[in-house]
Design a protein around this ligand. Structure first.
Ligand SMILES: Nc1ncnc2c1ncn2[C@@H]1O[C@H](COP(=O)(O)OP(=O)(O)OP(=O)(O)O)[C@@H](O)[C@H]1O
Ligand SMILES: [Mg+2]
Length: 241
């Protein structure tokens, strides 16, 4: 049985079938010149990323502005006048691999750095989906990905959200629910799946967007949570299988 799905495209298409979950998916398509052009016209800012990537490697932020186009990879920014020149450069960078283009979400910031949240949702020993932990990651200064391997720092979700809302608790509750809905719908297509880690972006209206669903989520990030009971439960659920 498949216990891990590495294709972001396959996972996105599986969970898109659930209407409630679909509302939280930023538009995503395979990278082609036509798709990129159309999505840049529509959203002005998009993310381009490998279909089977990890650690934030190969992730790029592409923008359209009055003066032309630019992409950012790491801290490097490259500018172009014409779309054809931009796409030519991207084609060289992405050669030989499938890439996706996704509506860019303007992440909330903490002390000036972009952050997103990781929602851990697992099948309990009683075989019910349950969100067992939520934690946050803030990008290093000027970076476009929040991954630890790219200098990201871990904080509690409460710390990151508090400056943006008066009701952190309600936000976390709805994220927990979104995790459960996503787990259920993913398991319909992939019955071997028993835990997921959602990468969630919050926009400035505090709407959560599912950037990615990891099917082999790292439990150890929760060692950084001051409440050790969270990590212990996650491990208990993992070893109960
Ligand atoms: N559409 C988007 N809008 C805003 N930021 C994004 C978007 N897609 C990705 N990012 C940023 O880039 C980071 C890495 O992207 P993503 O999680 O899709 O790939 P990955 O981390 O390489 O894969 P994995 O989590 O499997 O290792 C995200 O955590 C987020 O900070
Ligand atoms: Mg990720």
């Amino acid at each position: 049985m498949v216990r891990r799905i590495s294709s972001k495209w396959a996972k996105t298409n599986a969970i898109r079938r659930n209407r409630e979950v679909a509302r939280h998916l930023p538009e995503t398509s395979k990278l082609t010149a036509d798709h990129l052009k159309r999505m840049l016209d529509r959203y002005k800012m998009v993310y381009v990323k490998p279909d089977r990537g990890s650690y934030g490697n190969g992730v790029m932020r592409v923008e359209k502005s009055g003066a032309g186009y630019r992409y950012q990879a790491g801290r490097k920014i490259v500018k172009f006048r014409r779309f054809e020149a931009l796409f030519g450069a991207l084609r060289r960078l992405t050669r030989g691999k499938t890439y996706l283009v996704q509506k860019g979400i303007h992440l909330l910031r903490y002390r000036g750095n972009r952050f997103d949240l990781r929602v851990m949702t697992q099948l309990s020993p009683k075989k019910r989906w349950e969100t067992t932990g939520i934690i946050g990651r803030a990008a290093a200064k000027g970076k476009i990905v929040t991954n630890y391997h790219n200098g990201g720092k871990v904080y509690t979700a409460e710390t990151l959200l508090k400056p943006h809302t008066t009701n952190v608790h309600a936000q976390l509750k709805s994220l927990a629910r979104l995790g459960v809905q996503t787990g259920r719908s993913l398991r319909k297509s992939f019955p071997g799946i028993s835990e997921i880690g959602l990468d969630i972006a919050m926009d400035k209206s505090l709407k959560p967007w599912i950037l990615e669903v990891n099917t082999k989520p790292d439990p150890y990030i929760f060692l950084k949570h001051p409440n050790r009971a969270i990590f212990n439960k996650i491990r208990r659920y993992q070893t109960a299988r």
